[in-house]
Design a protein around this ligand. Structure first.
Ligand code: DX5
Ligand code: ZN
Length: 215
């Protein structure tokens, strides 16, 4: 499986977001954009990462939108218009995942489904042949900079066993060490915020993440 690196914009200083995106553009497979409504998670980014703001980021790297919101379908259209290639919703927020997956794919975007740490991987079984990717949260969603939950690793392996060709992303506490554990477990998409941006030389760390592609 190809390894993808997806820096999370949440860890950037708000007023430096555009310049960092410009600097990194083309050197990451995608930008990871955390949209939070202060209901599903105790944090709010709907203004910071509003669809008009995301639309202004004209990038070669793809834009992945991770919806940590109730009623995610409210946002598919606007983030499609903002140029998202992948929209990820949370299993815990919807009644019928199949309808959500179809709604996202009908826009021509890829559809991803995410599970929180306490949600078992088995809930995804019936959707694995419908979705374009799954995202395993390796921290409780809401904030960057939390420690990696290694008890999530078996979930990655369980999903990989059932879906050999599916993109499996990990999000939360991913640094160069935990990234390797996730790759070994079967993940292939690495979302990383603080491990890249909370460093003296983010570009060097991004380079090291990109090196993981040649393992
Ligand atoms: C957390 C977000 C993550 C966050 C990851 O709820 O979904 O994308 O930005 O940040 P780090 O890599 O610092 O844990
Ligand atoms: Zn995220």
């Amino acid at each position: 499986m190809n390894v993808h690196i997806s820096p999370s914009l949440l860890s950037l200083p708000v007023n430096e977001t555009k310049e960092w995106v410009k600097k990194i553009d083309g050197k990451a497979d995608s930008f990871h954009i955390d949209v939070m409504d202060n209901q599903f998670v105790p944090n709010y980014t709907l203004e910071r990462f509003s669809p008009p703001f995301i639309a202004q980021l004209k990038t070669k790297s793809k834009k992945d939108v991770h919806l940590m919101t109730e009623l995610p379908s409210k946002y598919y259209n606007t983030y499609f218009e903002a140029g998202a290639s992948l929209v990820i919703f949370h299993y815990e927020t919807v009644k019928n995942p199949t309808l959500e997956i179809r709604a996202i794919q009908n826009f021509g975007m890829k559809a991803g489904i995410s599970i929180k740490p306490n949600t078992p991987a088995s809930v995804l079984d019936e959707y694995l042949d419908q979705v374009d990717s799954v995202l395993v949260m390796t921290v409780e969603p809401g904030f960057g900079g939390q420690p990696f939950l290694s008890n999530q690793l078996p979930k990655i392996a369980q999903i990989r066993e059932k879906a050999p060709d599916l993109d499996i992303a990990v999000d939360g506490g991913i640094n160069l060490q935990t990234a390797k554990q996730c790759l070994d477990a079967g993940a292939n998409v690495l979302v990383a915020g603080n491990a890249i941006f909370n460093q003296p030389d983010p570009m060097a760390v991004l380079g090291q993440f990109n090196q993981l592609k040649n393992r």
